[in-house]
Design a protein around this ligand. Structure first.
Ligand code: URP
Ligand code: ZN
Ligand code: ZN
Length: 480
């Protein structure tokens, strides 16, 4: 038997906070209450003056991703270990088949890579092409493999971009299966055109990256995906919402009664587009990700969306490339591998900028870093909740603790930190994963291969009724 007692803290869930001890036995939370007694041999964690929260869930990571001619440097062990050091105990990563690659082949490949994971994990599966085998494999993934979400890249033309035909077919199939379609919303045709036009203007450095991906390019794709989902009557989740244009599209659709969910990256909340004007290529290229960092006005809008509940989750899109990999785009910004890190820093950055500033309450923090993701992707309350029977994935959080973020002290293998020099107040002191202490006051004890694959069941909805409703409302949706 393994047992850990967290004594004297304040439990924070998405709905309330209260003083309680938390007892974890054999990987589950077995009691939450006052003055709990622990069996002999129980490890005790003193949480006096601290918060006890559900471990973070990062719904958007790319460990070991083969992308733009190279491979992301954090593998599933490195990346999840870094997450544990920052209080994140679960990730949902992405299986991304090449066009024409069978979904099941790609799924098995990614499952193999993830065997070294130090934290629990699941997968969204990308639909990058369409035929009857894709339709069939989507069914197998949902019914037998614990996948309940499918990803659609509306950008990355000539690579993994999917066209409207694929979007429509896949969204409809997702509805049939009780799965959630998700989209990377950027109009890939416009990006392709603008990349060439910006290059023709003689701009080849990283400063060309945001010029080729302006906010309206994201807004157009978000509106299109939302409209397709509305016509088909399927819910939709939009990843890495970075700007006013797409955040407004989501808020508008929700005000009309549509089930639309929005995810925001920690980086987009605190970093602005000035990073691309750094004359040092290495530093500017290290920030090249899509959608790009935006002018400051967009950040405040994203915060307000999280406050208002029109944006729901936070993630990192952790997908890291070293300087030598980014150098592939020395002569053309369009060739810089897209991706940035943040899995270790997400909770501290959002606590510092969100809770310390008064934008978020501690319970709202738990909602947007853990509970909402668990709910939206149907693993709540196994994950995302400090309650009896839930997985013992917890973070003990010191709201007075401080830290200066730096590449020198991070656990990720990448050679850059987009939050370098940021001083944060509010840090994890202990992380518990599957009922075991895996991080304690600077000491990381991540265990390679100890992370489990977490199956996510399909959504329990009355599909016939949903389809009927879609038929009834589609003409109105089109006419609006
Ligand atoms: O730039 C990014 N975001 N890289 C990872 C792939 C994606 O678009 O999510
Ligand atoms: Zn993306
Ligand atoms: Zn991504």
């Amino acid at each position: 038997m393994s047992a850990v007692l967290i004594r004297g803290g304040t439990v924070v869930n998405a709905d309330r906070q209260f003083r309680a001890d938390v007892l974890c036995i054999d990987g589950k939370i077995s009691a939450v209450g006052d003055d709990l007694q622990a069996p002999a041999g129980t490890q005790t964690v003193d949480a006096g003056g601290q918060y006890v929260m559900p471990g973070g869930i990062d719904p958007h990571t790319h460990m070991q991703l083969p992308f733009m001619g190279t491979v992301a440097v954090d593998d599933f062990f490195d990346g999840t270990a870094a997450g544990l050091a920052g209080g994140t105990t679960s990730i949902i990563d992405f299986v991304i088949p090449d066009p024409k690659q069978p979904l099941m082949d790609a799924f098995r490949m990614w499952r193999g890579w993830a065997e070294k994971s130090a934290a629990d994990h699941g997968f969204h599966v990308a639909v990058t092409w369409w035929d009857e085998s894709v339709k069939r494999d989507m069914g197998t993934l949902v019914q037998h493999e614990g996948v309940n979400s499918f990803k659609h890249f509306m950008a990355y033309k000539n690579a993994i971009m999917c066209d409207d035909e694929t979007l429509v077919n896949s969204f409809r199939r997702a509805l049939e299966l009780g799965a959630m379609p998700t989209v990377h919303a950027e109009n890939g045709e416009l990006v392709f055109l603008l990349q060439q036009e910006v290059a023709k203007m003689g701009i080849t450095g990283p400063e060309g990256h945001p010029l080729s991906r302006p906010p309206m390019v994201e807004g157009e794709a978000a509106n299109r995906a939302i409209a397709i989902a509305d016509v088909l009557g399927v819910p939709i989740y939009i990843v890495h919402v970075s700007c006013i244009e797409s955040a407004e599209a989501i808020a508008r659709a929700r005000a009309r009664g549509q089930r639309v969910y929005g995810e925001v990256l920690a980086g987009h909340l605190v970093t602005d587009d000035s990073v691309y004007r750094n004359p040092d290529f290495t530093a500017a290229a290290a920030h090249v990700m899509s959608p790009p960092f935006r002018p400051k006005t967009h950040q405040e809008f994203l915060w307000r969306g999280l406050q208002a509940g029109s944006l729901h989750t936070t993630a990192t899109d952790h997908c890291v490339f070293c300087a030598d990999q980014k150098a592939a785009g020395k002569d053309s910004f369009a060739k810089i591998p897209n991706g940035c890190g943040g899995i270790e820093e997400r909770l501290a950055v959002i606590w510092d900028a969100g809770v310390n500033s008064g934008r978020l309450t501690p319970s709202e923090f738990v909602a947007i870093t853990s509970a909402n993701t668990a709910r939206i992707f149907n693993i709540y309350p196994q994950k995302g909740s400090v309650s009896v029977g839930a997985d013992a994935d917890l973070v003990v959080w010191d709201p007075q603790g401080t830290k200066t973020i730096s590449v020198k002290t991070q656990h990720s293998k990448v050679d850059f930190n987009i939050f370098e020099g940021l001083q944060v107040k509010g840090v994890p002191t202990t992380t518990i994963s599957q009922g075991k202490v895996v991080y304690s006051n600077g000491e990381l004890r991540a265990v390679r291969g100890s992370g489990r694959y977490i199956k996510r069941p399909p959504f329990g909805i009355d599909f016939d009724a949903m389809k009927l409703r879609a038929q009834v409302t589609a003409p109105t949706a089109v006419a609006r």
